[in-house]
Design a protein around this ligand. Structure first.
Ligand code: AMP
Length: 590
């Protein structure tokens, strides 16, 4: 695809005074990385000096790096889970932060099958908004004229829940979209969305998507950029259009809203936007009726200059499909963020996906870096990382996380002023990911073990297994390859039993996976492919023929390399799918 040829030349002059200020801020931050980091640590430790956590490690009010590094341990979520549980249960004493914990942000990372709970404080919303406010000024340097139209962004909120102590627990974006910061954001001609707030804030994912798509179609002539947070979200929207274009076209033709949209605020705002437009309905019908959906984004939204979606990390698997649907439009990965903290932004957002680097903003938190594979005594500061090296990101936040291992592995590719720029390499321990789900090896193993219990009465066991995230179709789904040992052919497990094994595996997977299956429909039914006996030995032979050592060979628990996929797929004897949805409710199990 001609991605490069469509890249615009940077304009390099700020689009407005407001942009000039934002760009100036980025320059200041990136020139003074180390002093900003020193100040941030001083502020965090100074204000939190009286917290239980810092007192436990006898920081005694010290705010300097040396004392901090020598006394405070590097921790994982599991290490601080008891304190988090106390906060969730209603303990309001200053455990991590002197500022009250305003809510929990539910990370897509999991611990013991449940979403991690990240305590946050109200002022963190300002920091998140600050980072958001830097994105368009940078983009305007590269893509002129974004004030001459709108952005079609598919943005969603998810179900919220309350902890036993009464604190809200919800994803960071749900928190942000529900905040005054988002709802009463000042008008910015460079950042106008086609989606009304009412549609974004509708918790029912079908109704929300329907209304957002309808608005996108109605305002098609104004759309200059199309996006979602992650690539998987944008592909879900395209798939939604494939499934619903007839009804959408009907609504546009008649000016009436699909009766399935029952949410009162959405109906009310759509009443103002939706007017009969048979011509547009015909155009939508003509484009969507075609079997061939190549370039559909450009065909329906012809003024689109770029896609705004994250395609780095686990999302890179979606690049070819997005290129197909968009006809090779540039894909801008604008920021790098998490529930714990928003980290930074891409200062060259129109670069190729493979060249994306993120510049961490030193004002967001105090950052340390663990050289990959080293012990936790060798942490390096943000200003001291070295080009070419890989590090694990460690965070100390205003909300009170101290030397917390995020689990992301980053490689330094260069510097902007004194600020290092990082390529996102991978998330530690993640085997399978379709969307925001992150399934690790232990979770997969546990799911396999649970499913294998169903095979016992058929005198059958699982000899070997591996997995694959199949994202060729939307929604993507997990594929698990099984080699079985059927000890008594007369009672071999039936298709029905193997289907139930699929469901049993899904029941065993973490709550983010199950939520994606049940509430968001963003992951399809899990599939088991039974392969011929001896297939995994062939897999080993193949690996050894390519230089693997026999002694050290381990069955890969996740595969994607084409020759291996071809080998596995050519040995498949039967395919089975989960016949039902697994259980999921917003409530946590613990
Ligand atoms: P969550 O806490 O659920 O919001 O997930 C945050 C995680 O998503 C990060 O720690 C990364 O692993 C991943 N992530 C966020 N932004 C990006 C990005 N721009 N590129 C790659 N991975 C990302």
């Amino acid at each position: 695809m001609a991605v490069e040829s469509t890249l615009p030349t940077p304009v390099r002059t700020p689009a407005s005074d407001k942009d000039a200020k934002a760009l100036q801020f980025i320059e200041e931050m990136t020139k003074n990385v180390d002093s900003v980091q020193e100040r941030v640590l001083r502020e965090i430790l100074g204000r939190n000096a009286e917290t239980e956590y810092l007192k436990r490690f006898s920081l005694n009010g010290a705010t300097d790096r040396e004392t901090f590094k020598s006394r405070i341990p590097v921790v994982t979520y599991e290490d601080i889970q008891p304190e988090i549980q106390r906060i969730a249960n209603g303990d309001k004493s200053p455990i991590f932060s002197v500022h009250p914990i305003s809510e929990f942000l539910t990370s897509s990372g999991t611990s013991a099958g449940e979403r991690k709970l990240m305590p946050t404080i109200h002022e963190e919303l300002d920091r998140r908004q600050l980072l958001y406010s830097l994105l368009m000024p940078v983009m305007n340097l590269y893509v002129p004229g974004l004030d001459k139209g709108k952005g079609l962004y598919f943005l969603f909120v998810k179900a919220e829940t309350k902890t036993p102590g009464g604190l809200l627990a919800r994803p960071v974006l749900t928190s942000y979209y529900n905040s005054d910061h988002f709802e009463t954001r000042p008008y910015d001609p460079f950042n106008v969305y086609t989606s009304p707030n009412e549609a974004i804030l509708c918790v029912d994912s079908f109704q929300s998507m329907y209304a957002q798509m309808l608005c996108g179609l109605i305002m098609r002539d104004e759309v200059l950029r199309v996006g979602a947070v992650f690539a998987s979200g944008l592909l879900r929207a395209i798939h939604f259009l494939q499934n619903n274009w007839k009804q959408l076209a009907h609504d546009i033709a008649t000016g009436t809203l699909n009766p399935k949209i029952t949410d009162a605020p959405v109906r009310e705002c759509m009443r103002k936007i939706l007017k009969p437009n048979p011509e547009l309905a015909q155009l939508v019908t003509m484009e969507c009726y075609e079997e061939n959906w190549e370039c559909i984004i450009k065909r329906i939204w012809p003024r689109t200059k770029y896609l705004d979606v994250i395609v780095t990390g686990a999302m890179a698997q979606y690049i070819p499909t997005l290129e197909y649907y968009s006809g090779g439009l540039p894909m801008a990965c604008t920021m790098y963020a998490s529930s714990e903290c928003y980290f930074g932004l891409n200062l060259n957002p129109m670069c190729k996906p493979s060249e994306v680097t993120y510049t961490i903003m030193p004002n967001m938190a105090y950052f340390e870096f663990l050289p990959h594979g080293s012990s936790t005594s060798c942490l390096v500061d943000l200003a001291d990382v070295e080009v070419g090296k890989e590090y694990e990101l460690i965070l100390t936040t205003y909300a009170g996380l101290c030397r917390y291992r995020v689990g992301d592995i980053l490689r330094v590719t260069g510097f902007h002023n004194a600020a290092p720029q990082f390529r996102f390499i991978r998330r530690k321990n993640v085997l399978l990911s379709i969307e925001s789900d992150k399934t690790d090896e232990a979770e997969l193993q546990n799911a396999i073990e649970n499913a294998s219990l169903l095979l016992k009465e058929f005198n059958t066991s699982i000899v070997e297994y591996t997995s694959y995230a199949d994202t060729k179709q939307i929604p993507g789904h997990y594929v698990i390859y099984w080699e079985l040992l059927v000890k008594d052919l007369a009672i071999a497990p039936t298709d029905d039993v193997l289907n139930r094994c699929c469901l049993q595996m899904e029941e065993s997977l973490n709550s983010v996976y199950r939520q994606s299956r049940v509430a968001d429909n963003s992951i399809g039914p899990l599939e088991i492919r039974v392969v011929e006996n001896g297939t995994f030995e062939e897999l080993m032979d193949y690996a050894i023929s390519r230089g693997a050592s026999i002694n050290q060979y381990k069955v890969p628990r996740c595969v994607s390399f084409t020759p291996i996929m071809e080998l596995l797929n050519s040995r498949v004897v039967s395919k089975h799918f989960s016949p039902d949805l697994p259980h999921w409710t917003p409530e946590r199990r613990r």
